[in-house]
Design a protein around this ligand. Structure first.
Ligand code: PAF
Length: 276
């Protein structure tokens, strides 16, 4: 595996075609490795980027304390059979005077994470567009854990005509259901025990759906589970359309439960298909 940190080195190291791309912010876990494995299976050449993107963090968010460990990440990627690691600095991605932003408009970016974290999806769309233009992948891999991000990236690719296939990869979970996230390292042992409440709420909603209950009943079941853990301060719990993310009052195939909120040490999000 080669590691490069400049655009010029990246360009020189890329093959003409057959690139599978996994963009990340590093501090890799088994969820990232599932993306890499899938990319490895489907593409002759795999590129991973590690870049903690300042544009997608709001004021007061965790940009400066976001966990970083490039040496450990590099070893994991080498072992996973990655061909090229692109790990640029901020000045390489956003040189002096960089003034362009990519904005996906509408409810897809205004709702949910977009409402709690204004500007977040503009930061994501801007960095992903720039990375796609630099890496020129045939396929790019994103975790379903950040389900809204996956839809925003798909929308951008469709609207702007990027010649990239966006592949969503199922969430990897701990044994108790907690979705893997680099931010889980913030959790104290005490909070860690309670952090599966997001998955338990989503599962309760799915259970109601599978038993023939209504959307409103499913939501009540999810709220009931969240209420058992008062340390979790909910931003939202909703059942939404799997493509528009608009709230549902009746079931549609693929309806998605989404949840987000804060523990004292960290903000967590999760989602699950609740009506198959
Ligand atoms: O999901 C992430 O890690 C980031 O949002 C991404 C897609 C790498 C863009 O910075």
């Amino acid at each position: 595996m080669r590691t490069v940190s400049t655009v010029a080195e990246l360009r020189a190291a890329l093959p003409r075609e057959g690139v599978g791309f996994v963009p990340t912010m590093g501090y890799l876990h088994r969820g990232h490795l599932a993306l890499v494995e899938r990319a490895r299976r489907e593409n002759p050449f795999v590129v991973v980027s590690i870049f903690v993107n300042p544009l997608q963090f709001g004021p007061g968010e965790d940009y400066h304390r976001y966990p970083r460990d490039l040496e450990r990440d590099r070893a994991l990627l080498q072992e996973a059979g990655v061909d090229l690691l692109f790990a640029p600095g901020v000045e390489e991605m956003y040189p002096e005077g960089f003034a362009t932003r990519v904005q996906v408009e509408g409810p897809l970016t205004a709702l949910w994470e977009g409402a709690v974290r204004p500007g977040h999806f503009q930061g994501v769309a801007t960095v992903v567009a720039r990375l796609f233009l630099l890496v020129q992948p045939q396929r790019a891999y994103f975790g379903e854990k950040d389900y809204q991000q996956l839809l925003v990236v798909r929308r951008m690719v469709r609207d702007l005509g990027f010649p990239v296939e966006v592949v969503g990869v199922p969430t990897v979970r701990e044994e108790d259901g907690l979705a893997l996230s680099s931010r889980n390292v913030y959790l104290s042992p005490e909070t860690r025990k309670k952090a599966s409440v997001l998955y338990r709420a989503l599962s309760a909603m799915r259970e109601v759906a599978l038993k023939g209950g209504s959307v409103a009943e499913a939501l009540r079941a999810g709220e009931g589970v969240l209420a058992e853990v008062p340390e979790f301060r909910k931003d939202y719990l909703a059942i939404v359309h799997p493509e528009t993310l608009l709230p549902l009052s009746d079931w549609v195939a693929g309806a998605r439960g989404i949840v987000a909120g804060r523990f004292p040490e960290a903000r967590l999000i999760d989602n699950l298909e609740v009506y198959p």
